[in-house]
Ligand binder design. Structure first.
Ligand code: SF4
Length: 750
């Protein structure tokens, strides 16, 4: 059966950033109306393929797996007990109001999530700044791809995860995939790499583990964790030494090459071999594959990004693309494989500490004026930038006394999680809006049960920058409200009776106006258009193209450049017009038969989004991880995801088939390390870092470096990998160093 059945609702998966298309067909469950997942072969990104998480996603909707009543903490017993919505919302409003009144507005924090729809992310940011008047808002996407976003902004003047459609990956000549195990994190995307190879292209995978993705590679480079930056510099050194720089591209489309070149030339291949553990001949082979191909791409994910030097690390990979002329050209470029379902859109519409809707900067006076006019408030009354996600969590119980948290579970997913849990417990007041009683929600004073993906309409923006419509397929259970209704109810109680619509379509209309003219311009995107097609790539600055078929608002690109360079007088850029010609793919239909603006599938083909249209090399140099292995902690821990679980596991741990497939954490270690420690496969071991301890069974495997251990991070309790991880922050993106920390392995007494 497919989504072509008339009663089947076409929508998208609730989990990762691929946002696979799927159908939801009505059925009858034990508790009443339900839906079942069916394939949707017509949607171009996944062409019907779904991973186990997507196939079982309808189980999340069953009453047994989720909250169906607000909960408030009983002051006498200390237990969470069911309550009515009025009681719960009154308590939340009072908790937030009291903290602001006693300690000041910035004593109230807001923490969002990369799974929230665009409408929710937008409303949450507006709620924080207009109703609460607080600067203290950030979201868990800071832990996801913020380093890549910062590096792209620095180099290209604009961050959109992939500046090209995923389909281009199958058609390029060589893909250099750094720190991504997409065979497990987004399996349907693996087919693009398979097709790449079928088309004669080459695949290089950089990963300290021989993952299922690395097994597909023509060349697998396994660097010591935390040395990806050195690896990129070593490759760039060889590019220069072997005369493979694209001098014409560098001269015509970039700035800053001499300093970046000098930085790379200071990293000799032999030195890079010592740092990374990758032999020089493999470095040369990688350069040969990358440069011999007629076109090539670098794609990064959390491996190089979740480091305290993540921005510079991604910057080094971008420098490699620029020096070889593999950026801003058809089938070439740098891209980031964003992780969370709406990790892309979630960072564009105002729940980030330093951003306003449309991916505008909060410290840009023109941006403040524009958004304040849409919101009907005084721009001077809007707060300034606040703390980043970890810094906000670290301040709980200190400067920040009350927190409203939506769609995130930092007790499991934040670095140095025991400390974060302690800070959450130190709050005067915590309210959590979530679908399930997550480990963080269990600590709340009030828990608000909210509707989820298939129970409400909304938009997400996938890793390609493709804006999609998720449709409502069934009613939420009685006792459950939407996040938008929660914000509307709180706004009314806190003295803002208007301005917080609860209908997603209404919020999206406002979002369109707020984003108009910004780097992430959604003003030309409508629900009707999304409903009629396969999504629209932003920027889409007008509903219709002009009579010549080109975009009518070319200044959007110049404004995108102004975001990074703070140049209010950025030169008008013809990029939007060029994009309409070179990257146009008409998507969807136009109800009145006029040409629609095509959106922008491919960025930078004619110019980058900087004021002068040229990309920027940023000179970067290798530096050690914040915490290197030493005598006390001789092994490096790296963390990641597994096929059957997702993020903090709050949803997937409640799905029987997924739990059966991957029921708990483990510690992957090499047989040589296991022998040295006397550890047998399956034996429980303790992993100890400077911050904590986690216990899980050993999984002995030759697929990992002997100096490295791996733990998935989906579980709470004694196997919580984030009890160990290092909250050292990248100075630019404020990304924590999830991917590298020093540990020792201890055998447990039998
Ligand atoms: Fe859902 Fe991602 Fe799996 Fe696709 S790959 S079905 S979006 S979890």
């Amino acid at each position: 059966m497919t989504a072509a059945d008339t009663a089947t609702v076409e929508t998208h998966c609730p989990y990762c950033a691929l946002q696979c298309g799927m159908g939801l067909r009505p059925t009858t469950g034990v508790d009443g109306p339900a839906v079942e997942v069916v394939e949707r072969p017509d949607f171009p990104v996944n062409r019907g393929a779904l991973c186990g998480k997507g196939r079982t996603a309808s189980e999340l909707l069953a009453p047994g797996a989720r909250l169906v009543s607000p909960l408030v903490r009983d002051p006498d017993t200390g237990e969470l007990v069911p309550a009515g919505w009025d009681t719960a919302l009154d308590r939340v409003a009072e908790g937030l109001r009291r903290a602001g009144a006693v300690y000041g507005r910035d004593a109230v924090g807001v923490f969002g999530g990369g799974g929230l729809t665009n409408e929710k992310a937008y409303a949450l940011g507006k709620f924080a700044r207009v109703v609460l008047g607080t600067s203290q808002i950030d979201y868990n996407g800071r832990f996801c791809m913020s380093s890549a976003a910062a590096a792209q902004g620095r180099a290209f003047g604009l961050d959109r995860g992939l500046p090209f459609p995923l389909a281009d990956v199958a058609r390029t000549g060589c893909v250099l995939l750094v720190g991504s195990n997409l065979a497990e994190t987004m399996p349907p995307a693996l087919r693009y790499l398979t097709e790449l190879k079928e088309n004669g292209g080459r695949l290089i995978v950089v990963d300290p583990r021989r993952t299922r993705t690395a097994e597909q590679a023509d060349l697998h480079l396994a660097p010591r964790p935390g040395t990806d930056l050195a690896l990129a510099l070593g490759l760039l050194h060889l590019v220069v030494a072997e005369g493979r720089v694209d001098e014409e591209f560098v001269a015509g489309r970039t700035r800053g090459w001499p300093a970046a070149r000098a930085a790379a030339m200071a990293h000799w291949p032999e030195q890079v071999e010592r740092l990374t553990g990758i032999p020089v001949p493999q470095l040369r082979e990688a350069v040969r594959m990358f440069c011999d191909a007629p076109s090539s791409m670098v794609l990064t994910a959390r491996g190089p990004e979740q480091q305290a030097k993540g921005t510079d690390t991604v910057g080094a990979w971008i420098n490699l693309c620029l020096a070889t002329g593999r950026a801003g050209r058809e089938l070439s470029g740098y891209g980031c494989l964003t992780g969370q379902g709406n990790g892309q859109g979630g960072r564009e519409h105002g729940q980030k500490a330093d951003q306003l809707p449309g991916y505008r900067r909060l410290d840009d006076p023109a941006a403040r004026r524009h958004v304040a006019a849409v919101w009907g408030v005084d721009p001077d009354a809007l707060p300034g930038p606040g703390r980043s996600a970890y810094e906000l969590l670290d301040a709980l119980g200190g400067d920040v006394r009350a927190l409203l948290l939506m769609g995130s579970n930092p007790v499991v997913s934040a670095p140095h999680a025991a400390h974060v849990e302690e800070r959450i417990r130190a709050l005067d007041f915590l309210a959590v809006a979530d679908v399930v009683l997550s480990e963080t929600a269990a600590l709340a004073d009030v828990v608000l049960p909210v509707a989820q993906w298939a129970e409400e309409t909304g938009t997400t923006t996938n890793l390609e920058g493709r804006v999609l419509l998720r449709r409502r397929a069934l009613d939420p259970p009685p006792g459950v409200r939407t996040d938008l209704a929660v914000l509307g109810g709180l706004a009314a109680r806190l003295g803002h009776p208007v301005g917080f619509p609860t209908e997603p379509a209404e919020v999206f209309e406002e979002l369109r106006r707020a984003s108009a003219g910004g780097p992430a311009d959604y003003s030309g995107i409508t629900y009707a258009r999304l409903a009629a097609g396969d999504g629209v790539f932003w920027p889409c600055p007008a509903e219709r193209a002009d009579a010549a078929g080109t975009a009518p608002a070319p200044e959007a690109a110049a404004r995108a450049g102004a975001q990074v360079a703070s140049a209010a007088t950025a030169a008008a850029a013809p990029e939007a017009a060029a994009r309409a010609v070179t990257g146009a793919q008409a998507v969807g239909g136009d109800p009145v038969g006029l040409p629609v603006h095509p959106g922008t599938p491919r960025l930078f083909l004619e110019r980058f989004a900087t004021p002068d249209g040229r990309a920027r090399f940023v000179p970067v140099t290798h530096r050690p991880a914040d915490e290197e292995a030493d005598a006390g902690y001789p092994v490096v821990l790296t963390t990641g995801r597994v096929l059957a679980q997702y993020q903090s596991g709050a949803q997937t741990r409640r799905v029987a088939a997924l739990n059966a497939a991957e029921p708990g954490p483990y510690v992957e270690l090499h047989p040589r390390l296991a022998d040295r420690l006397g550890v047998a496969d399956g034996e429980p071991v303790a992993v100890v870092s400077r911050r904590g301890r986690a216990v899980a069974p050993a999984r002995v495997s030759p697929a990992i470096r002997p100096d490295t251990v791996f733990m998935p991070f989906h579980w709470p309790g004694e196997g919580r990998a984030n009890s160990l991880t290092n909250p050292a922050l990248d100075p630019v993106s404020r990304m924590p160093e999830f991917k590298v920390c020093a540990v020792r392995i201890e055998r447990l007494e039998r």
